[in-house]
Design a protein around this ligand. Structure first.
Ligand code: FCB
Length: 468
């Protein structure tokens, strides 16, 4: 019997692309996800220490206690970055290392670590991009009410000043917050993230105080002479399942409001959207929004950081309960991904990124944009040949870089791209089960191995583009 070989439909060869001169190529990480050393050199506990040690909160009881042991291996890790040719590295500062008590006395040994790391980066010609808050709130501040409490915003501005005081002579780019939507809606809405509360009123108060903290910190950084000030958001790309259906479009309005306009409008237009004020008033009297707050929140920024992973499709579904992470979203259903997904079950649709960049450019003109995170989880580990063959990650990154290029061609002011993540790490509620790195980490030996995607990315950086 002879087998008939039918050719699969021919794939058109993708053409090469080149990015503008000076386009910034980077990689990103976050303190709690990689550092470990949670009790070292005077660090205090954060909400993620408490959360991850609470049974049932994080996959398999994983914690960030050791993580990638980056606290001790940063020299080796910076050497990896240099080997990849990174122009920039986005890392975050652990607030509980700097102020273990959430305020007051400064723990200089905590600052010393970031001092050494920053110098190591600069010594290798890598530009440091600092995020001041990537979710590891000092536990004492949560004990006093956390982000729903105005005091946390004031404390954050003080902390920002302290870090700038130590690193400001060398760090040019300062990002205040990473993804305040997650801090507020996952931390205080669904409880999927630390501190694990489920309270719609607290969620919206947290949004406001995160934004206020950003504004106060931005003002303090500006006054101290910071060069480039930014915030990183994770805007959601929400499409209606049926664009012709009025109720589906109404569902989009609500989710776009909760995920996007709730943050972008105060930051870049100095006001909350009228429909979102009404929406929030269902849960809270809004008395925490004080005179002058919106002027503070809309302190001009120099760059807006965008994290993008997947778009979503939503439809009206009468009777559906509200998603806990989107208070007031009853009657709305998010469609399960249709099409290829990553190991997170996140839909792969790079054109969503082009759509998002064009939308922000059009609706909030004048602010340069930066992709501060984009990447994919896939499970590959070293094969028999010792290499990590992660072709699907390469395909994901390739598609999304082309999507960035399309946005540039459409006139979007996009300045750079940071892959998430430099290395496999503690993926929050998923623990170590999901691997986002372009560098593989063996958590038993802490050995790092460049995946095929890291070698591919090195080539992209070298060419400032993708080969045809
Ligand atoms: C983002 C986070 C980042 C990482 C990626 C996968 O929401 O900012 O720390 O967990 O998702």
């Amino acid at each position: 019997m002879t087998a008939t070989v039918t050719s699969t439909s021919a794939q058109p060869a993708l053409s090469g692309i080149t990015f503008p001169d000076g386009f910034i190529w980077g990689a990103a990480t976050a303190s709690y996800q990689i550092e470990g050393a949670v009790q070292e050199d005077g660090r205090g506990p954060s909400i993620w220490d408490t959360f991850s040690r609470t049974p049932g909160r994080v996959h398999a009881g994983h914690t960030g206690d050791v993580a990638c042991d980056h606290y001790h291996r940063y020299v080796e890790d910076v050497a990896l970055m240099a080997d990849l040719g990174l122009a920039s590295y986005r890392y975050s500062i652990a607030w509980p290392r700097i102020q273990p008590d959430g305020g007051g006395p400064v723990n200089s040994r905590g600052l010393d670590f970031y001092d050494r790391l920053t110098d190591e980066l600069l010594g290798k010609g890598i530009d440091p991009v600092v995020t001041l808050y990537h979710w590891d709130l000092p536990q004492v501040l949560e004990d006093r009410g956390g982000w729903p409490n105005r005091e946390t915003a004031l404390a954050f501005a003080e902390y920002a000043q302290i870090v700038h005081g130590r690193l400001g002579d060398r760090v040019k780019t300062w990002t205040t917050l990473n993804e305040p939507w997650c801090s507020a809606y996952l931390g205080y809405g669904s409880g999927r993230h630390a501190p694990g509360r489920q309270d719609p009123a607290a969620t919206f108060a947290a949004v406001h105080h995160l934004l206020l903290g950003h504004g106060l910190a931005a003002q303090a950084l500006r006054a101290a002479g910071a060069n480039t000030i930014s915030i990183t958001l994770n805007p959601s790309v929400v499409f209606p399942v049926d664009p012709e259906n009025v109720a589906d479009r109404e569902a989009v309005r609500i989710l776009d409001g909760l995920s996007n306009r709730m943050f972008l409008d105060p930051l870049l237009k100095g006001q909350y959207p009228a429909d979102m004020l009404e929406h929030m008033a269902r849960f809270t009297d809004l008395s925490y929004i004080q005179d002058g707050d919106l002027a503070t929140i809309s302190e001009p920024i120099d760059v807006l950081g965008i994290n993008f992973y997947q778009p979503s499709y939503v439809a009206a579904k009468p009777g559906a309960p509200a998603a806990l992470d989107q208070p007031g979203s009853e009657g709305i259903a998010t469609r399960a991904p249709q099409g290829p997904v990553t190991d997170m079950n996140w839909l792969i649709e790079p054109s969503g990124l082009t759509h998002l960049l064009k939308r922000i450019h059009a609706d909030y003109p004048g602010t340069p944009l930066m992709i501060t995170e984009n990447g994919a989880a896939y499970p590959e580990v070293p094969a028999a040949d010792g290499e990590v063959h992660d072709a699907k990650r390469i395909e994901y990154l390739d598609g999304h870089l082309r999507a960035c290029h399309d946005a540039l061609a459409a006139g979007v002011d996009l300045r750079g791209y940071f892959v998430w993540s430099l290395m496999d790490n503690f993926e929050w509620a998923e623990g170590y089960a999901k691997r986002f790195g372009i560098v593989h980490v063996d958590y038993r030996t802490q050995e790092r191995v460049l995946k095929d995607s890291a070698k591919w990315y090195r080539e992209v950086i070298r060419r400032n583009g993708i080969e045809g």
